[in-house]
Design a binder for this molecule. Structure first.
Ligand code: MN
Length: 489
């Protein structure tokens, strides 16, 4: 996975020539100093680009931003007043996300010495409003972050946004390799792949499973020995049926090679009912691949594979993966989530153990899988994407991952347990009203705000279910949104 720090966010300051060369020199110096400070706390590289004083300068800066392959976005700020008509021509051409940092070089007012020279040089409150108007008028889906540039909370917001901007750039190149079509008769995992390519950049390609079988047949014993040694380091071997485990290792090597050979697929999709030539459903194989950054979707679900790949990138391959709402504890108001096999070991609170058990569906041999208890995390997020026919809807729910309240000795899969926000009743109802799928990407690293920001960058509908959700208002919001999106697309 490529290093996010290689990605660049340019800092562009707005000003004008009215104040004279001395002031402009200070503006440039301060901007550079601020960008350097901010950069130390960012997952990407934040670099001061220029101070813009005219339409031509802004257009030139935007041209550089658009052309720079490593640039994933810009941070803008107005140290002084900056007449905003000059931003129009450039911003009409801007192709990267923009974060408006409403900040200031000084934190406190110098009450004893303040005069009009100070006022003219430090008027972000004035300049940022003029700038904000033109951005609103241009209907740009930008982000506004407010606060002193050394303030921890403001820096965290900027850092989170930079990660989203990097994820947005990453998304444009996501390729999903699909070894099966959608599971027969299932609705929510369907979707318009052309629309997804237009909105998110996702390229979703089908390959017959036989193409993968050819790769599986070419995996050597030595290849398998090497991966088995890796498993030994990371996992406990809880079975004597080593041949069954070696078969999964073969699948993992073959899938990984196939994805790389065919042009860099980072999302994988299979289906337990379409496995001709394989004698097990890939379980351990898919789990270990998810731990390395692949997004995975089961039963033909390419949307969740692509979304998983993007969120994995945003999360530095931590605490993120496919999940499925499985079964409730109605007395406790909790949910136990899992999947047939393919739960990412990024969710493991206990050392994952390789086990072999029969699988009730699919009619194949007993597959090897990783079994573990899921992590606890007070702030996690479950994300679903559904096709509403005229647009994609991203549904983002805040959840609290909890420690297993009891041992479940007969549960033969990895899992997670959680509580829904705002509470069990309204949290579940809101998800169902919004048409949220049973497949989600859960993350204990990516935040709900980041997913909302990503949805805004994509320009799609975003539905948030959090501690403030009230069902009647929520239903009305869905109804208004339907009208808005019908007109927007
Ligand atoms: Mn499923």
């Amino acid at each position: 996975m490529e290093n996010m720090k290689k990605k660049v966010v340019y800092w562009i300051t707005g000003s004008q020539t009215l104040y004279g060369a001395d002031v402009l020199e200070h503006v440039a110096q301060h901007s550079e100093e601020m960008a350097e400070y901010v950069n130390k706390y960012m997952p990407v590289t934040v670099k001061y680009l220029t101070t813009c004083k005219s339409s031509d300068e802004i257009e030139a800066a935007v041209a550089k931003v658009n052309a720079d392959e490593d640039c994933v976005g810009i941070i803008t700020w107005c140290h002084t007043f900056s007449p905003a008509k000059m931003w129009i021509r450039g911003f009409k051409k801007l192709q990267k996300p923009m974060c408006h940092f409403a900040t200031q070089y000084n934190e406190k007012l110098p009450y004893d010495t303040i005069d009009m020279d100070f006022m003219n040089e430090n008027q972000a409150a004035h300049g940022d409003r003029e700038f904000g108007y033109i951005v609103a008028r241009l209907r740009m889906d930008n982000k506004v972050v407010v606060g002193y540039y050394k303030d921890e909370a403001a820096l965290k917001e900027i850092a989170d946004w930079c990660r989203v901007a990097a994820g947005y750039a990453f998304s444009k190149k996501v390729k999903v390799c699909r070894f099966s079509d959608n599971m027969r008769d299932v609705a929510v995992t369907e979707g318009d792949k052309v629309e997804a390519h237009m909105d998110f950049g996702w390229q979703v390609d089908y390959y017959p499973i036989g193409d993968l079988v050819e790769y599986i047949n070419k995996v050597t014993d030595a290849d398998v020995d090497a991966l088995m040694a890796e498993y030994d380091k990371k996992y406990t071997m809880g079975t004597k049926r080593i041949d069954v485990v070696r078969e999964q290792a073969k699948y993992e090597i073959a899938i990984d090679r196939f994805c790389k050979d065919k042009g860099g697929y980072i999302g994988i999709v299979d289906h337990f009912g379409a496995l001709h030539g394989l004698n097990q459903l890939p379980g351990l194989a898919i789990q270990d691949l998810q731990s390395k950054g692949y997004g995975f979707g089961a039963e033909g679900d390419w949307k969740i594979a692509a979304l998983g790949a993007v969120m994995q990138y945003m999360a530095d391959q931590k605490g993120t993966g496919l999940m499925e709402d499985y079964t409730y504890d109605l007395a406790e108001g909790t949910c136990l989530g899992a999947h047939m096999l393919e739960v990412s070991p990024q969710f493991a609170a206990t050392k994952p153990e390789i086990q072999v058990h029969p699988l009730g569906i699919g009619g194949k041999s007993d597959p090897a899988r990783l079994v573990f208890e899921g992590i606890a995390a007070p702030e996690a997020v479950a994300v679903s994407m559904v096709d509403m026919g005229d647009r994609m809807r991203l549904i983002v729910q805040k959840i609290e991952l909890i420690k297993y309240p009891h041992k479940m000795p007969n549960l033969p899969v990895g899992g997670l347990m959680w509580k829904y926000k705002p509470n069990f009743k309204e949290g579940v109802a809101a998800w169902i009203y919004a048409g949220g799928a049973h497949h989600t990407v859960v993350s204990s690293v990516v935040t709900a705000q980041q997913m909302v920001d990503l949805g805004n960058m994509w320009g799609i509908e975003v539905v948030l279910i959090d501690e403030n959700t009230k069902i009647e208002q929520f239903k009305k919001d869905l109804m208004w949104a339907d009208v808005v999106w019908k007109n927007k697309r």
